[in-house]
Design a protein around this ligand. Structure first.
Ligand SMILES: *Cc1c(COP(=O)(O)O)cnc(C)c1O
Length: 444
């Protein structure tokens, strides 16, 4: 961000303003209809906790471009590293003429991801591409084919990852047929599970489905988000993840953590698996990894990662030098600025405010999440019936008031907060004040 970007919410036109309206008309005429937008405004500048639009309005950013700009938009170290790299070379293709940045990112991932066993990494462009590659690696290593995913899961929009993603509308509807050999197991969903379903019981329930409907002898990998992202920021009950991981280890099944959304300090730990001491065989990372540049990775046990023949993995742009420079600067920023602890502070501030709001308003059925990945699940008063209309109304009102918030969840009734870790407490508090006022007025 430029030094001139003031860290404040400031609206100077109606939302959207006239220049955004004009650009939205051009978008409708030029961009495929399937590409939707959350906000009705077009960005020109962003940094810290603020996004500024083409009409001069400044919004408080509680979205981070979907958990990507964790270190902040145009974070100073990222800008400098990318500027140096763009002037040196932009692309050689790592598979043609390799370069040090790629190797340094792999070394950093091997060092930082859970577990101190020997690891290898491979770099790709998007989260979905990395998930697909993790499956390729697990299949070639185990010589088995089946993949188990969970209810409410989101793993991407490519053909294999659409099959892995749970929700039909909008992610899958009309886009089949989907890749075969993908099976779905029940998740631990503390808010909606029966009272006596703790983590161990939920894991047993899932393992029974896996054993009876798939069979360990056919199963290459279990893929799970340690905290679900698009599915509704569902934090499984304590003990669920370790029990699933242990079952995988005991049964020759590769345990893959999809930390695309939860990774890189987002949850108040470097990786969400760290909260429960779970060490995945393979971990998939993307979003927060490179301060906004497109990069993703698969990292894991050397014997599994090295199972592919030479030339079996790769891609023209995977581990692009600009993205690698950005990733190294992002990791340096997380470590130097203490952003893991910052995410934990944001958790305390947000949960405190949202729990107080919940005490006065039972439409906030569940307040949950970790670090700077916090959500409220909205329900009709006096019930646990999902209220997607209320989520939409609150989100739209927040946008009008200058706060970027996102919704998610299988039932569309979850408001999710993913502020950049570079946001100030003042902006965060102001955004929560605004949301509190909106809840007072909102009826669905
Ligand atoms: C966003 C996301 C993906 C897909 O990443 P893309 O970069 O959009 O392909 C996969 N898994 C999870 C958990 C995600 O949040």
């Amino acid at each position: 961000m430029s030094a001139s970007l003031e860290q404040r919410r400031h609206l100077v036109t109606a939302i959207p303003g006239p220049r955004s309206v004009e650009l939205m008309a051009r978008k409708s005429a030029a961009v495929a209809h399937g590409i939707g937008t959350t906000m009705p405004v077009f960005a020109v500048e962003a940094g810290g906790g603020v996004v500024k639009d083409v009409d001069g309005n400044s919004f408080i950013d509680l979205g981070s471009g979907i958990a990507v700009t964790t270190v902040g938009n145009s974070a100073p170290r990222v800008v400098e590293a990318v500027q140096q790299q763009v002037a040196a070379f932009t692309h050689t293709c790592f598979m043609v003429t390799p370069y040090e940045g790629y190797v340094a990112v792999a070394e950093a991932l091997n060092r930082l991801t859970p577990g101190d066993h020997e690891k290898r990494s491979a770099l790709f462009n998007s989260g979905a591409e990395a998930v697909e590659n993790a499956i390729k690696i697990a299949r070639v290593h185990t010589n088995k084919q089946a993949v188990v995913v969970f209810d409410h899961a989101y793993h991407g929009r490519t053909n294999l990852t659409m099959a892995m993603t749970a929700k039909s509308m909008p992610y899958k509807s009309g886009f089949g047929p989907f890749a075969p050999e993908v099976y779905r197991a029940p998740l631990s969903y503390p808010y909606r599970d029966e009272k006596d379903v703790d983590g161990t019981v939920a894991a047993r329930r899932a393992i029974t489905v896996i054993e009876k409907q798939v069979g360990a002898g056919n199963l290459a990998a279990v893929v799970i988000e340690p905290i679900q992202g698009e599915g509704g920021f569902i934090v499984p009950a304590d003990g669920f993840l370790p029990a699933i991981a242990q079952w995988c280890t005991a049964n020759g099944v590769v345990f893959i953590a999809d930390e695309v959304q939860t990774g890189f300090a987002r949850t108040g730990a470097l990786f969400a698996c760290d909260h429960e001491g779970v060490v995945p065989d393979l971990i998939v990372t993307a979003k927060g990894i490179a301060g906004g540049l497109p990069l993703s990775a698969v990292t894991g046990r050397a014997d599994i990662m090295d199972a592919s023949h030479v030339g079996g993995l790769g891609g023209t742009y995977g581990g692009n030098p600009l993205a690698c420079a950005a990733a190294l600067a992002t990791i340096e920023t997380i470590e130097a600025d203490g952003l893991v602890e910052r995410a934990a502070q944001i958790e305390r501030l947000m949960l405190d405010r949202l729990h107080r709001l919940q005490a006065d308003d039972d439409r906030l059925g569940d307040v949950r999440g970790r670090g700077a990945m916090i959500a409220v699940e909205l329900v009709r008063s006096g019930t646990d019936e999902p209220d997607a209309d209320l989520a939409r109304i609150v989100a739209t009102s927040a946008h009008q008031a200058g706060v970027i918030v996102l919704t998610c969840g299988t039932y569309g009734n979850v408001l999710r907060f993913l502020p950049p870790l570079a946001i100030s407490d003042e902006l965060l508090t102001e955004a929560l004040d605004i949301l509190t006022d909106i809840f007072k007025e909102a009826t669905s």
